[in-house]
Structure formats: structure tokens, C-alpha cells
Design a protein around this ligand. Structure first.
Ligand code: NAD
Ligand code: LMR
Length: 339
């Protein structure tokens, strides 16, 4: 059985830079929102990835400094900073992957949907530029609410005639990263060996970790599984509350974003059997978008994998999440088509 790997790139990546870059094809990655809380550490992690040859860092402010800083690191990629809308085209041109962590984060007491009013417009304008300057790029959407921003992106691309459902991804890797960490702690197994698929969406109860499929297997009680599920669903809120008004997860998200982008790069480069969970166009359920395991390949999504056997608890969770996920998807579609 394939599992959502969210596997860290080998620690020896940086050491083997010369070797890896000799054989790896040229790949340009653009980060939109690169001066932000996620954007900066994500820029750092992408600079450490030997599969990247060009790194474009775009934001509405602050990118010259971030780019100058990151560019001094002695790894393969050439780094360039781009600031303001008139430089967005240059940032995007030739990109193989565009990662989008642009937009406002939550404060305590807010839901991800409370970010919709600001972030929907940001995502819409960035996606309009993507359809113009790099319509073939894979898009890794981090901006919240992911359950709505991915459908917005799809509608923008459809209107521009550039939509390819194989190339649009909502990044849900942080849910997998959390599920693995929490499971390893409770099951007392080596975290490096843990795999847990997380399906559904990326907000509250729409996040559905499938601990019945977790490996290595452990004999956890129903109560323990319930608690692990709730902690995974509330992981983002746990960080928002701990940061007490200073934003949401940035460092763990940058890590998760780098893992997902690395998987996309490996897929593009023809590495076989690269599987990660992601929120994509889907027929796995009756909903048009759904997160599940996805096999990545040279064209992006190679195969959307099914859910596999669910426990009764997970089956109930699946039915319970559908109305909220459906309405978040519809909200995104309506926004994109009315404005
Ligand atoms: P932040 O405020 O620290 O950074 C956001 C950056 O976006 C800022 O630098 C800002 O200048 C930039 N920005 C705003 N409008 C822009 C535009 N039109 N074009 C380009 N850049 C623009 O926020 P953050 O903590 O980095 O979070 C960013 C987003 O990621 C939020 O929406 C947050 O909810 C989301 N997030 C998602 C996940 C996930 O799992 N998918 C996890 C954590 C955070
Ligand atoms: C997360 O899961 O950490 C992100 O979606 C940010 C948030 O608002 O919780």
C-alpha cells in the first residue's frame, strides 16, 4: 500500500550538491509571498534543494533583502528577487513550479474562512498572472482558506483557458507532518518511519487523518485515536494560540511546503512512485476537490489514489466533513465567477 510519504529530502542533499546538480535538469521555482513568515524559511529550504536551478522570490515588499541574503548560500540555484506587481511577470516567466504562501494569516479566534475576504482577491490576481506568464507551471497553493483558494485558482485558470487539473495542488502536507509527529509520540514508534494519510480538506473537521492506515502499526485505543484525530484537526489553531496574535504556523509550514515542492520536482524529473497527499480535483468522492494520496509524475498528477479501507470512526468523519468542504469549494467558485 502506498502512503503519504512527506519524506524529508535526504540530509546529505546539500553535501551531494555537485553530484545531484550534474544530473538534475534545469528547474525554476517561484515563491509568491516570499518575504513573509512562511515565504522566508521556504525560500531558504528551496535554496538548499539541489533540484532547483533558478529561484524567483516575489512579494509586494521586502524581497530585495530576502533575495540578497539567500543568494549568498553556496548551493546550485541562482536567486533573484522581484518586488511589486510590475515585476510579477518576470518572476513567473519560465517557472516549473509556483509556490503561493501570499496572504494574511489567522489571529486567535479566527477560522481560516475568516481570511477569505482578503486572501481570495490576492490568490485571484496571482493566478491571473500565472495563467499569463507560466500557464504550464505546477501551482502549490498554501494561502488559506485552501478549501476555497484552490477552487478559485481553478476557475481563474478555466476562464483564461489554461486550466490543467493535473497541475493544481492545495498543499495539505502540514496535516500529514503533524499526524506523523503526533502518532509517533503516542504510539512510541520512530517518527522517521511513520506514514499516515490525511484526506479531505485543510480546515477543522475537513482534515481527516486515517490513523487506521498508519504504519508502523500500533495498538492504540479508540479514545487515543479520537484524541490524535482532534489534535491533528486543531494543529493550526494550537500554533495560532501559542503565537498569541503574531500569526500562524510558518516554520513547520515552510518545512511541509519544501517537502511537497521537492516531491513535485522529483515527479517532474521522472522519479517513479512519488506519492504525497494533496487537495486536488478529484472523483474519489462526490466533491469536485478532495485531498487524498496523489502519485506525482512528469505532468503533475499522475494518479489520484483512492481512500483505502476506512474504520467506522473515519467513515463517520468523512460523511461529517462533506457539507463544510462542499460549501467552502462553492464559495471559492462563486467568488471567482462573480468578481
Ligand atoms: P505573512 O503575513 O507572514 O506573509 C504573507 C506574505 O504575503 C507577506 O510578506 C505579504 O507581503 C505577502 N503578500 C500579500 N499580498 C501579496 C500579493 N498580492 N502578492 C505577493 N505577496 C503578497 O503570512 P504567513 O504566515 O506567511 O502565511 C501566509 C498564508 O499561508 C496565510 O494565508 C496562512 O493562513 C497560510 N498558511 C497555510 C498553511 C497550509 O497548511 N496550507 C499553513 C500555514 C499558513
Ligand atoms: C495551519 O494549519 O497551520 C495553517 O492552515 C494556518 C492556520 O491558520 O491554522
Amino acid at each position: 500500500r502506498r502512503s503519504c510519504s512527506a519524506t524529508p529530502p535526504s540530509a546529505s542533499h546539500v553535501m551531494r550538491r555537485g553530484f545531484a546538480s550534474d544530473s538534475a535538469p534545469e528547474r525554476k521555482v517561484a515563491v509568491l509571498g516570499a518575504a513573509g513568515g512562511i515565504g522566508q524559511p521556504l525560500a531558504l529550504l528551496m535554496k538548499l534543494n539541489p533540484l532547483v536551478s533558478k529561484l524567483a522570490l516575489y512579494d509586494i515588499a521586502g524581497t530585495p533583502g530576502v533575495a540578497a541574503d539567500v543568494s549568498h548560500i553556496n548551493t546550485r540555484s541562482e536567486v533573484a528577487g522581484f518586488m511589486g506587481e510590475d515585476q510579477l511577470g518576470q518572476a513567473l516567466e519560465g517557472s516549473d513550479i509556483v509556490i503561493i504562501p501570499a496572504g494574511v494569516p489567522r489571529k486567535p479566534g479566527m477560522t481560516r474562512d475568516d481570511l477569505f475576504n482578503i486572501n481570495a482577491g490576492i490568490v485571484k490576481s496571482l493566478c491571473t498572472a500565472i495563467s499569463k506568464y507560466c500557464p504550464s507551471a505546477l501551482v502549490n497553493m498554501i494561502s488559506n482558506p485552501v478549501n476555497s483558494t484552490v477552487p478559485i485558482a481553478a476557475e481563474v485558470f478555466k476562464k483564461a483557458g489554461t486550466y490543467n487539473e493535473k497541475k493544481l495542488f492545495g498543499v495539505t502536507t502540514l496535516d500529514v507532518v503533524r499526524a506523523k509527529t503526533f502518532y509517533a509520540g503516542k504510539a512510541k514508534v520512530n517518527v522517521a518511519e511513520v506514514n499516515v494519510p490525511v484526506v479531505g480538506g485543510h480546515a477543522g473537521i475537513t482534515i481527516l487523518p486515517l490513523f487506521s492506515q498508519a504504519t508502523p502499526r500500533a495498538n492504540l485505543s479508540d479514545e487515543e485515536i479520537k484524541a490524535l484525530t482532534k489534535r491533528t484537526q486543531d494543529g493550526g489553531t494550537e500554533v495560532v494560540e501559542a503565537k498569541a496574535g503574531k500569526g500562524s504556523a510558518t516554520l513547520s509550514m515552510a518545512y511541509a511546503g519544501a517537502i511537497f515542492a521537492d516531491a513535485c520536482l522529483k515527479g517532474l524529473n521522472g522519479v517513479p512512485d512519488v506519492v504525497e497527499c494533496s487537495f486536488v480535483q478529484s472523483t474519489v468522492t462526490e466533491l469536485p476537490f478532495f485531498a487524498s494520496k496523489v502519485r506525482l509524475g512528469k505532468n503533475g498528477v499522475e494518479e489520484v489514489l483512492g481512500l483505502g479501507p476506512l474504520s467506522d470512526f473515519e467513515q463517520q468523519g468523512l460523511e461529517a466533513l462533506k457539507p463544510e468542504l462542499k460549501s467552502s469549494i462553492e464559495k471559492g467558485i462563486t467568488f471567482a465567477n462573480q468578481s
